[in-house]
Design a protein. Structure first.
Length: 297
C-alpha cells in the first residue's frame, strides 16, 4: 500500500464521490478506482459502499479512516518540523547562566558539550532579570534558573538538572553567632535580605513558604537589587539571607559568613521553549542531566 493510495482514500471520503475526487486530484476516474480496488484486494475487504451519486464507508473503511487520518496529520507535522530543524541545523546554542553562579554540573556539561560540538556553544552571563528578558526575546535557547523561579507554563519545557543545599547566611558579627546552636526558628525576629521583585518575581513567595515550614513568618524584609549586593549587605548588617551552594562552588567566599544549613534543597532547572526547534537543545539537556545525576550519586 502506498502513501498516494492513502491520500486517495481520504480524499474520496472528504468528497463523497469518485468523479469529483478524481477531478480534484487531476487523475482519471478509472485510475482512481483502480487504486482503491488495489487497496481492497491487498486487504481482502471492501472499503466503500457505492451507488450512483455517493459513497459510504464499510466498517473496515471506518477503521482505516480513523487511523489514516491520524497518520496523515503526523506525516505533515513530521515534514514541517524536519524542514524547520534542517534550517536551524548547525546554528549556535545559547545558554543563560547567572553571573554569580558556579555549579560543578554546569561547568562539566559545558566542557562535555564543547568536546562533542565544538565552537557552537554560547554562554550568556547576567542577572536573572536580564536573562529572563533575553529568554523572552529568543536570544537565549536554554535558561538555567533556580527551582522557585520556574512556574509551569504550557509553552515551556523544563528539566531538573541538580540540587544544592539551602542555608541561612549571616555575618560573623551578628549577635546570633554567640548562640551555641543555631536553627532556622532562631531567625524569626531577624531581617531577611531578599532580591527585588524584578530580579526574583517569586522570591518573597518562596521565602514566606520556607519560613512557614519552620513555624514563623518573616517580619522584616530588606530588598536588594542583585546577588552581589546581597553578599555585601550580609557582611555589613545584621540581616540574614537564605542562599544555596550554587553560588559558592570551589569558592572561599562562603568562609566570609556564618552558615546554618537547612534540610531543604534548591533545584536547578533548565528551561526552554517548546517551539524552539534548535536541534542542539536536546543534546545539551541530555548531557547536563547525565552530569548532574552522576554528581548527586
Amino acid at each position: 500500500m502506498t502513501f498516494n493510495q492513502i491520500e486517495y482514500f481520504l480524499a474520496i471520503i472528504e468528497n463523497k464521490n469518485f468523479s469529483i475526487t478524481a477531478k480534484k486530484l487531476y487523475i482519471s476516474q478509472p485510475a482512481l478506482s483502480n487504486q482503491i480496488n488495489a487497496m481492497e484486494q491487498e486487504l481482502g475487504v471492501k472499503l466503500f459502499l457505492r451507488d450512483t451519486h455517493t459513497v459510504t464507508l464499510t466498517e473496515a473503511g471506518e477503521v482505516l479512516y480513523r487511523y489514516f487520518s491520524e497518520l496523515l496529520e503526523l506525516y505533515e507535522t513530521a515534514l514541517s518540523e524536519a524542514r524547520l530543524a534542517g534550517k536551524s541545523y548547525g546554528k549556535n546554542i545559547s545558554i543563560g547562566y547567572h553571573v554569580n553562579m558556579k555549579v560543578r554540573a554546569v561547568d562539566r556539561a559545558f566542557d562535555t558539550f564543547f568536546q562533542d560540538f565544538p565552537n557552537i556553544l554560547r554562554i550568556e552571563r547576567d542577572s536573572y532579570q536580564g536573562l529572563r528578558k533575553s529568554f523572552e526575546n529568543n536570544s537565549i535557547d536554554v535558561l538555567l534558573t533556580l527551582g522557585f523561579d520556574y512556574k509551569e507554563n504550557p509553552k515551556l519545557q523544563a528539566e531538573k538538572i541538580t540540587s544544592a543545599k539551602n542555608f541561612v547566611a549571616l555575618s560573623w558579627s551578628n549577635p546570633l553567632v554567640s548562640l551555641e546552636t543555631l536553627q532556622m526558628k532562631d531567625f524569626s525576629e531577624s531581617t531577611f535580605l531578599i532580591p527585588s521583585a524584578e530580579e526574583f518575581p517569586f522570591g518573597l513567595e518562596y521565602l514566606t513558604g520556607l519560613c512557614k515550614k519552620y513555624g514563623f513568618k518573616p517580619k522584616n524584609l530588606l530588598y536588594v537589587n542583585n546577588m552581589s549586593s546581597m553578599f555585601d549587605m550580609i557582611k555589613v548588617t545584621d540581616a540574614v539571607a537564605v542562599l544555596d551552594m550554587f553560588y559558592f562552588y570551589e569558592s572561599k567566599q562562603i568562609e566570609d559568613f556564618k552558615i546554618v544549613y537547612l534540610e531543604d534543597k534548591m533545584p536547578l532547572m533548565a528551561v526552554w521553549k517548546k517551539d524552539n526547534l534548535n536541534p542542539h537543545i536536546s543534546h545539551f539537556i541530555e548531557i547536563i542531566k547525565r552530569v548532574g545525576k552522576s554528581l548527586e550519586e
